[in-house]
Design a protein around this ligand. Structure first.
Ligand code: UFG
Length: 332
């Protein structure tokens, strides 16, 4: 049977590469478009090793209309787009907001225009729990309002969801909580040039000796042990949610919706550090530091909507996420 073509923008990135593997394993033909501005060919090689086959990829820039037109002309059977390509460093977005508006919003505008021109009617968008800001009710459900964004990065995710809502194509926005870990082979992962400022990559750098020590940002929050609480989702479970969303969108006549992608359980920063030490049998040098500006005290997902509607459930353990994160750090 002929495979369905799915365009994966940012398919050489951290989440994109994991999604490409799951799409391929589910019988789709993923077509990667990436400009490698903040990703690496290493992930393409990793994907090919995992699937034991070549993967289709095009080095184009999603903000360039001519290039996108050319891409849709070459790949004339695309039935859906999964749009990962975006900058993602929250701190950098505060320093260089324009870079984030131009790239993250610009690429979506070009994509929507090109999709319309080539009559591609389905998009799955990489969104984030950042759209909720600091939610009033926990666990946070998709019905929670968008609060004032904490960073230009967060603003771009809110604006992109609104742009997609206004368009007349079918759409599913997936609101990721905190992705962690790597594929079991540890051949793909985060190759971005961003200096890591996410918790698990920083712990890995301390473990490898790249950093001498790290800080836990605040232990005086109103949480179980005073440190911030997040919902850590294994990147392979997250990647599989894209396949579930794709199956659903391709079987729907008209759809515009959003799903939370998280485990539905809060884990504190202290618990993450302790678990990492235990699972990987390695000591992490850390100090308790001041709170980090813009941090939400506690956020975790109500994932019942996607459980019910798409029969997607997270199955990977937090331990395997911490194990593979550490192996990826050593391999990269
Ligand atoms: N943390 C530390 N020390 C560090 C790094 C992080 O204590 O060196 C803490 C943070 O203060 C926070 C927790 O670890 O409490 C998680 O921080 P991350 O930076 O890993 O993740 P965030 O929850 O801040 O950010 C994530 C996504 C963003 C998204 C944001 C929305 O990475 O893309 O959620 O809340 F915008």
């Amino acid at each position: 049977m002929k495979k369905i073509d799915v365009l994966v923008t940012g398919g050489a990135g951290y989440i994109g590469s994991h999604a490409v593997v799951e799409l391929y394993n589910s019988g789709y033909r993923p077509i990667i478009v990436d400009n490698f501005s903040n990703s690496s060919i290493k992930n393409i090689e990793g994907i090919e090793q995992i699937i034991n086959n070549k993967v289709v990829f095009h080095e184009f820039d999603c903000t360039d209309e001519d290039q996108m037109n050319e891409l849709f002309k070459i790949e004339s059977n695309i039935e859906a787009v999964i749009h990962f390509a975006a900058f993602k460093a929250v701190e950098e977005s505060v320093r260089e907001p324009k870079k984030y508006y131009c790239n993250n919003i610009g690429s979506l505008e070009v994509l929507l225009k090109t999709m319309k021109r080539y009559k591609v009617n389905n998009i799955i968008f990489s969104s984030s729990c950042t759209v909720y800001g600091s939610p009033d009710i926990l666990p946070v459900s998709e019905l929670a309002p968008f609060k004032k964004a904490e960073s230009p990065y967060g603003e771009t995710k809110q604006l992109c969801e609104k742009l997609i809502d206004k368009s007349d194509i079918n759409s599913i926005s997936l609101r990721y909580f905190n992705p962690v870990g790597s594929h079991e082979t540890c051949l793909i992962g985060d190759c971005s040039a961003d200096k890591p400022n996410n918790l698990v990559p920083i712990i890995c750098e301390v473990a490898s000796g790249k950093r001498d020590s790290m800080q836990i940002f605040g232990n005086d929050y109103n949480t179980i042990d005073g440190t911030c609480v997040r919902d850590y989702i294994h990147v392979v479970d997250l990647a599989k949610a894209h396949v579930a969303a794709l199956n659903h969108i391709l079987n729907s006549k008209k759809i515009k919706t959003a799903y939370n992608i998280g485990v539905g359980k809060g884990v504190s920063v202290q618990e993450v550090v302790d678990s990492f030490e235990q699972i990987n049998d390695i000591k992490i040098s850390y100090k308790i530091g001041p709170r980090r500006a813009g941090d939400v005290e506690e956020i975790y997902s109500d994932n019942s909507k996607i459980n019910k509607e798409l029969k997607w459930f997270p199955i990977m353990s937090f331990g395997s996420a911490l194990k593979t994160a550490w192996i990826w750090e050593k391999n990269k």
